[in-house]
Design a protein. Sequence first.
Lengths: 155, 229
Amino acid sequence: MNAQEFVWPAELNDDGLYRRIFRALIAVGASADEASDALQEAYEQILRQKIPPDRIDGWLFVVAQRRWRRQRLRRRLFAPLAAARAQSVKAHEAGTVLSEVARLPMRQRQVFVARHVLGLTNDETARALGMASGTVSATNHHALQVLRERLGGDS
Amino acid sequence: MSDLSPVDGRIVNRLNAELSAIPVPPRRQTSAPRAVRTRRLSIAAAVLAFVLLPVGIVVAQGGLANVIPVFIRQPLEGLRFVLTPPTTVESDAALQRLLSFPLWLPSDLPCAGPNQRIYDAGTRGASLVYQCLAVTERSSETTFRPVVDAGTLEEVSISGLPGYYYLTTVAMPTTGERQTNATLVFEREGTLVTLSPLPQHASRTAPAMLLGKADLIRIAASMTRAHAP
C-alpha cells in the first residue's frame, strides 16, 4: 500500500478499540487518568505516522504504555511528598486477578496483557514488543504458571 | 486463546470480567488538525524561549549567587532527620535478600568495584559504591522525592526505556565552592536506579576523566539483575 494514498481505517474511530487498549493499560498497572492521558497521546501520535502499523491495537498499546511509563517516572520525580504517598497506595483490591497481574514483572505483564486482553497472537505480540516469538511464548507460559499458583485455589 | 487450559481460561476470563467492570472514561476527540495545532504551539513556545534565554542567562550569572546564600543562611524549619546506620553487606546475593525489589548490577564499568555494598534500613534502599560510580536503588513503589532541578532535566533513552539525566550544582556552606554533580535516573521492573559519577579516581586537573552522560547511559543499558538468592 502506498503511504501517500493511505487513509486511516474506520477502526481508529471505533470505541471498542479504545476501550480494549484502555483496559489493557489498566491491566499493566496504569490508573484510569494515566491510561486516558497516555492513550490520547498515542492516538495523536498515530495520526502523524506516514506508514500504517500492521496491527493498530498493538501499536497503540506499546506507544501508550511507553508514554504512561515516562509520565509516571516524571511525576514521581517531581511529585510533592504527600502526592507521592497517595500514589503508592495499591490500585487494585487484593485477591483479584488484576492485583496478581500487577505483581508480575513488567515484561510478563506486557506479554500476558497483549496476548489475553488485546488478543494478539504470539507473532503479533513479538512484533509489537520487539521480542522473539519463542520468548513471547515462554514469558506468557511463565506468567500463566505464576498466576495459576497464586490464584489456583479460587480460580 | 484456544490453546489455554481450562484453569488458564478461567483466569483470563476473570481478568477480562474485572477489567470490564472498570468504567472507561469517554474518549477525547483526536484529529490531525489538533496535532498540527500542538506543533504550532510548540514552535511559538520555542521562539518565546529563544527571546527569553538571554534574560535567563543574565539572571543566572548575576542573580543566583545572591539567591543561594539565602537558603544557606535560613535553614528550613520543621524537618527532622532520623539517622539509621546503614549496614555494610558482603555479597550481591546477601544484599538482594534484604531487598523487596530486583537489584541491578552494572556489567560494563570502566572501573573496579564494588568497594562497598550498603543496605539502608531507613529508606529500604541499596547503594553500591564503585571506584568511579555510586549506584543507588530503591523500590519505585515507595515514597521518594529526590531533589532535582527541573530546569536542567533532560529526557534520555536507555535501550528504548525512558530515563532522566540532570545536573545539580551545590555550593559548599563553609568554603562557598561549587560542585556540579551529574545524575542519571531510570526505572526498571519496579526498581528506581540512580547513577552518580564519583570523582575519586580522577585527579582535579583532569575533570574530563569523570563519567559523562554517554558513559552513564552505556552503564545503565548494561545493568543486569543480581542472581536471586
